[in-house]
Design a protein around this ligand. Sequence first.
Ligand SMILES: [Ca+2]
Ligand SMILES: [Ca+2]
Ligand SMILES: [Ca+2]
Length: 169
Amino acid sequence: MKLGMMLVTVTLGLSVIAATAGPGAFGAKRGLPPQLAEFDTNKDGVLDKTEREALKAAMEAKHKAFIAKYDKNGDGVLDKTELAAAKADREAAIKAERTKRFVEIDADGNGSVTLAELTTALKGLSAARVQAVFNRLDANHDKSISLDEFLAEPPRPPVRPPHPGDPKR
Ligand SMILES: [Ca+2]
Ligand SMILES: [Ca+2]
Ligand SMILES: [Ca+2]
């Protein structure tokens, strides 16, 4: 049960990453992440009690659907094998999503991303930040990002300044 919940949380976290990596997201003004903003019914930028309850209900429904989807033996919990299947699916989904993103960024469709193509894709970022992203992705330093290099980048948590209450890593 706990593990399943954790996976849902992780999945939500990953969709936050996907959202922040999307076009235009970097220029978006600060506020609730899109997944939460969706529940901000009165659009005041915070989730009040009713909105939080709606969010909680939606999360629980998502969690239940997740368990139901992977609970092959129908015992209501996800065992190791079932969780492994869930994980494999999630990884495949991430890979598909990233591949799609790569194709979008690769404007001339030649299968590799140049700094110019990345710059266009990350319009909201300064040249220095685009360069930093490019350097991080270009593992073999041949001044272009292949699909393999693009897919090799480990998923990272959304970028945000550390909070005093954060657990130490
Ligand atoms: Ca099960
Ligand atoms: Ca290209
Ligand atoms: Ca490269």
